[in-house]
Write a protein that binds this ligand. Structure first.
Ligand SMILES: [Zn+2]
Ligand SMILES: [Zn+2]
Length: 138
């Protein structure tokens, strides 16, 4: 007969094993989920039930992507604009106050298409959607 002490110790050992193994199982499941999601985005896996389960992820991707773009934009607003002569320019300046050089306003002349999965505007020449990771068909 095992003593009460021994039984308690055995229960503790088993509970620890359950906890450790569950954590490792979760890690593998997470890995599997990412793997499957990637296959879906690349168009290699097309199963209605799986697609349905992936739907919320596209929403999350969108929120993350939009927030990142906004952060970039806000960071840009904080950066001082500099003339090639080193003088700091104000956003409304068209000519540098120090050297008189014309200020070139950077133009965004990229062509955009819409991702058919998440509807984000994306650079026409991208291979993958930068928002949801979908492999873009052309
Ligand atoms: Zn200047
Ligand atoms: Zn997308």
């Amino acid at each position: 007969m095992a003593t009460r002490q021994e039984i308690i110790r055995e229960i503790d050992r088993l509970n620890k094993s359950i906890e450790d193994t569950s954590l490792r199982k979760e890690e593998v499941l997470l890995d599997l989920g990412i793997f499957i999601y990637q296959k879906v985005r690349e168009g290699l896996l097309n199963n209605n039930e799986i697609n349905e389960k992936c739907k919320p992820i596209i929403g999350f991707d969108h929120v993350i992507y939009d927030a990142k773009l906004k952060v970039d934009e806000l960071k840009k607003q904080m950066e001082p604009i500099k003339c090639s002569c080193g003088a700091t320019l104000k956003p409304e300046d068209r000519f540098c106050g120090k050297c008189g050089q014309k200020v070139d306003i950077p133009v965004d002349n990229k062509e955009y298409i819409e991702c058919e999965i998440c509807l984000s505007p994306i650079d026409k020449y991208s291979k993958y959607c930068p928002c949801c990771g979908t492999l873009l068909k052309r």
